[in-house]
Design a protein around this ligand. Structure first.
Ligand SMILES: [Fe+2]
Length: 297
């Protein structure tokens, strides 16, 4: 059956890495994974884990107000009623903007959910899922769309996601493993959708069998291919194929079909050595963002 298998990782724009590390670990209760550096050794982003899913806290972030629509929004599922209550309490105590806890009906994929913002005005949500993968995990992402018909078609046909019921004026779709992608119809896209921030993207895993057909459908159904810069930089192991692309509303996405090996966690030194070497061959250098010169300046 054709269709994206899982929601794998997300990058979120943040402006103060220490503040975000503290919030995501101490308040949300996520596990620290690793800190990554720019070519000059300055901080680039921190990865925290929601179970097996990486959440990237990406500098330099963006200076725009919270989106009025409630999207883009990133949802994290916790694994028990107790954990949900304790996390809600810690989030409320932290002083970030919060909504009320919501109880969902028996047909919803959610039992309870709680929306709030992180210290950089990113919309987040924690939830207890009625179904879905076990344990703490990235439960869902919700994007804005200015043309629901077009993006409906894009996510159901090009990405092969299964449409679910609409909830809170958001159209939900299901990945093969029951993680969820939602679409919120808006009259105009917010600056949070339009200004991404460096490396702020949402990544899905797909099978090798589906990859080529999906790439063709993405451009056919009004997405825009951005190629695979990691492959050009010599950072893909043999057999791994990936594409970065925009959906019809310029939400920045990635699909990856993994091979046998995984090189995602090459050391920073080795990663930058390969990037500089490969770009030299192409007659290119690295951007000032990658070098680190613009960070913190
Ligand atoms: Fe990625």
């Amino acid at each position: 059956m054709f269709g994206a298998e899982t929601l794998d990782h997300v990058g979120i724009p943040v402006r103060d890495l220490e503040r975000s590390e503290k919030f995501y670990q101490e308040t949300l209760g996520l596990a620290f994974f690793t800190r990554r550096k720019n070519a000059d050794g300055s901080p680039r982003h921190t990865y925290v884990l929601a179970g097996e899913n990486i959440i990237g806290l990406n500098l330099p972030g963006i200076q725009v107000p919270a989106s009025p629509s409630g999207a883009p929004r990133y949802g994290i599922a916790v694994d028990s009623e107790d954990s949900f209550e304790e996390t809600v309490k810690r989030i409320r105590q932290s002083g970030v903007p919060c909504e009320a806890v919501e109880q969902h009906g028996p047909d919803s994929p959610f039992v309870r959910s709680f929306c709030f913002d992180d210290p950089d005005d990113n919309h987040l949500e924690i939830c207890l899922r009625r179904d879905g993968p076990k344990g703490i995990h990235l439960s869902h992402v919700v994007f804005e769309t200015a043309d629901l018909g077009c993006s409906n078609h894009f996510y159901s046909q090009a990405l092969g996601l299964e449409p679910l019921a609409e909830e809170r004026s958001e159209q939900f779709f299901r990945f093969r493993n029951r993680q969820i992608l939602g679409l919120k119809k808006v009259a105009a896209l917010s600056d949070r959708t339009k200004k991404h921030g460096r490396a702020v993207h949402v990544a899905f895993n797909v099978t090798q069998e589906d990859f080529d057909r999906m790439v063709a459908l993405i451009t056919e159904l009004k997405g825009r291919s951005l190629g695979d810069h990691r492959s050009e930089d010599g950072l893909r192991p043999p057999g791994e194929r990936s594409l970065y692309f925009f959906d019809p509303d310029t939400n920045y996405l990635q699909i990856t079909a993994h091979g046998e090996e995984n090189w995602d966690m090459l050391s920073d030194e080795e990663k930058w050595r390969r990037i500089v070497e490969n770009r030299k061959k192409l007659g290119k250098g690295i951007s000032s963002f990658d070098a680190g010169k613009k960070i913190g300046g």
